[in-house]
Write a protein that binds this ligand. Structure first.
Ligand code: GSH
Length: 222
C-alpha cells in the first residue's frame, strides 16, 4: 500500500534542514508547513499541543500503526533515528541494530544534538542576537564550536579504511546528515570548515548530492 505523505513542520534553520535532507535522501513523500520563527509561530497553542517544547522541526507520520492521527515526533535525534529505523530497512544509510556501527552512529548523533547544536546555537546567539555585546560569551561559544569541529575531524581521521569519507563505516548515516545541517551555517560565524581538511572534503562531497541540495531548499523561500 502506498505511503501517505509525512507532515514536516519546519523553518530554514540547521535543525530543520537535517530532517528535510534525510527525507529527501530516503526518497520519502512529505508535505511541509513552514514556520516564521520571528513571529513566534512555534508557540501557538495548536502547535504546542503537538510538540510541548514548541520548536521545529516536528513531524507527523500518518503511516505509523497504533497511534490515532499518526506518530508525532520532535527532537532531531529522535526523528532521524525513527526515519532510519522505519524507512531504511536495506541499511543504505544506517546499520543493523546491535552492531558496533549502529552504536557509533548513535554516539555521534548524540554528540551532534547534545553538544554541537546547542554550543553553535549559543555562538549564533552571542554573535547575532544578544542585546548587548558580551565578549566572554562570544569567545566561549566560538572557541567551543571550533573544538567540537576538531573532534569531528578526529572522528573522520579514524575512518581511514573508508578514506575518511564518512563519520561511521562505509556509508553516510544520520550522524553525517545531522552534522551537515550545522556545518552549513558555520560560514555565518566566519569559521571556514576547510581549516579541518577532512571535514572540508566531507562537506564538499555531501553538498554534491542532489538529495542534499533539495533538502537545503526546504522550506521554499516564498
Ligand atoms: N534540540 C532540538 C532543537 C530544536 C530547535 O532549537 N529548534 C529551533 C530552530 S533550529 C526553534 O524551533 N526555534 C524557535 C523557538 O524556539 O521558538 C532538536 O534537535 O530538534
Amino acid at each position: 500500500m502506498a505511503l501517505k505523505p509525512i507532515k514536516l513542520y519546519t523553518a530554514p534553520t540547521p535543525n530543520g534542514y537535517k530532517i528535510s535532507i534525510f527525507l529527501e535522501v530516503l526518497g520519502l513523500d512529505y508535505e511541509v508547513q513552514k514556520f516564521d520563527l520571528s513571529k513566534n509561530e512555534t508557540k501557538e497553542d495548536w502547535f504546542v499541543k503537538l510538540n510541548p517544547n514548541g520548536r521545529i522541526p516536528t513531524i507527523n507520520d500518518p503511516n505509523f500503526k497504533g497511534v490515532d492521527g499518526g506518530l508525532v515526533l520532535s527532537q532531531t535525534g529522535a526523528i532521524l533515528q525513527y526515519l532510519a529505523d522505519t524507512y531504511d530497512k536495506e541499511h543504505k544509510f544506517s546499520y543493523p541494530a546491535g552492531t558496533a556501527e549502529y552504536y557509533k552512529t548513535l554516539e555521534y548523533l548524540i554528540f551532534q544534538v547534545a553538544e554541537n547544536g546547542p554550543i553553535q546555537g549559543q555562538a549564533n546567539h552571542f554573535v547575532f542576537a544578544a542585546k548587548e555585546k558580551v565578549p566572554y560569551g562570544i569567545n566561549r561559544y566560538i572557541t567551543d564550536t571550533k573544538r567540537i569541529y576538531g573532534v569531528f575531524e578526529d572522528i573522520l581521521s579514524r575512518n581511514k579504511a573508508n578514506d575518511s569519507k564518512y563519520l561511521v563505516g562505509d556509508r553516510y548515516t544520520v550522524a553525517d546528515f545531522a552534522l551537515l545541517g550545522w556545518a552549513y551555517r558555520l560560514s555565518r560565524l566566519e569559521i571556514d570548515i576547510n581549516q579541518w581538511p577532512l571535514l572540508g572534503k566531507w562537506y564538499d562531497s555531501l553538498l554534491k548530492l542532489p538529495a542534499v541540495q533539495k533538502g537545503f531548499e526546504v522550506p521554499p523561500k516564498n
